[in-house]
Design a binder for this molecule. Structure first.
Ligand code: UDP
Ligand code: MG
Length: 155
């Protein structure tokens, strides 16, 4: 059974290009609710740990250097069928192969600096979320219809 949680990161190059806002818009327009959000920077050791499954692969060293090269935005996300739907929203690992309209196609050019991370399984979503967030940093908010509420006017 799939859970309704996934984990994402906006990667350093996308942050440097000023794409935090546009990428967050795509994520929320895609029906994902932000449950946790953190603007932070990984140390080299933390990047090595986070991407530990890729240790030994030819791109591992450059991936770790890149992922620790600047700030990232860590995101805990909620939606029905979250892991799979989020992978669809971001597109293929290589932006050149990502479908039109996907986040990687829109905001990335290269396979290494491919704008965003997305968990590949429910189990990894859980592991990756707790890598960045404690329980008290995660907030389930019942969204309201903004049109039904007016801004409080100052007296
Ligand atoms: N990566 C890379 N070169 C490759 C494959 C992957 O630089 O040939 C990087 C890329 O940033 C990717 C990350 O390593 O997002 C993790 O790779 P994975 O195969 O898990 O792709 P993803 O799950 O991010 O689509
Ligand atoms: Mg992966």
């Amino acid at each position: 059974m799939s859970t309704d949680k996934t984990f994402s990161m906006i990667k350093p190059m996308a942050v440097k290009k000023g794409y935090i806002g546009p990428i967050l818009s795509k994520i929320t327009e895609g029906g994902f609710q932000i449950v946790g959000m953190k603007y932070t920077q990984l140390s080299k050791e933390q990047a090595e740990e986070f991407y530990g499954v890729h240790k030994g692969r030819p791109f591992f060293e450059s991936l770790v250097t890149f992922m620790s090269s600047g700030p990232i935005v860590a995101l805990a996300l909620k939606k029905e069928n979250a892991v799979s739907d989020f992978r669809t929203l971001i597109g293929a690992t290589n932006p050149a192969e990502a479908a039109e309209g996907t986040i990687r196609r829109m905001f990335a050019e290269t396979i290494d600096a491919n704008a965003v991370h997305g968990s590949d399984s429910d189990e990894n979503a859980q592991i990756e979320t707790s890598f960045f967030f404690s329980q008290r940093e995660l907030h389930n908010v019942d969204l309201i219809d903004a049109k039904q509420y007016t801004v409080c006017e100052k007296s």
